[in-house]
Design a protein around this ligand. Sequence first.
Ligand SMILES: [Zn+2]
Length: 295
Amino acid sequence: MLHNQFMELPFYIMFYLIVAFYGLCIGSFLNVVIFRLPKDESLVKRASHCMTCGTKILWRDNIPVLGWLLLKGKCRACGEPISKRYPIVESLNCIVYLVTFAVLDFSLQTILYCFFFSALICIAFIDWDTQEMDLRVLLCIAVLALPDVVLSVIRLVSENTFSAFPEFITAGSLSLQDHLIGLVCIGLPFFLIGEISKPIIERKFGESFRAIELGDTILMAAGGFLIGWKATVVSAFFGICLAAVCGLVLKKINGESKFAFGPYLALGLFLGTLFGEQILDWYIAWVTYDPTQGI
Ligand SMILES: [Zn+2]
């Protein structure tokens, strides 16, 4: 673990400051993605601008979180409020990166997981806003799985070649079965539930939607392909529980029974990726524990 490699405190602080910096900067980019992707606007073509008056935002006002705080949440040109969501997304991404590096080893896998969590933040906010998922973001998640899938194939062919790679690359690597079962273990049941529910919902309510939308299904398939089956099963459990509880609360508040599933699945995937394997191992040990056998 990183904690053993750099026991010196200055290294520690330096490392986490760099992680926080990247977290904030990438968080700032996520705002652009969340706002522009649903409108099919280019992510790079137009510089950041005020949503009310269109004035280009100065570089110093564009510093993550700090820029918003210094402007007291108002546009420098027209004085109209700038959404609180910008600093919230930036800080959220920063905190997620810090937690990830505090929990997992410092490895290629962990860096890819950080990008995965950033994609999840985009998915959660876009789904919350539009009740739709962007296929391009979902595709990015599947692409993030490829380095470790290639590595797992190398391990399958030759264990020696695999162990010749530096530890930074191989730490936290999953087996090919892990990835492949991860791809289908939740994705497939979600797809089947969606398919079966569609005609039933159509007959009962006269509306054409599925109990579990295709976007949610692809999210769990792509996520499962990246993080392996154990983490995926736990993620789905967390996601469904969170959605059930929050769905009931939301229904009480605004009487709406249809809501975005994505934010809950995203939170479930985040927790499942960080703690899923330990939770599942602990659970299996608990249910298979035989007191007559001793410890
Ligand atoms: Zn303005």
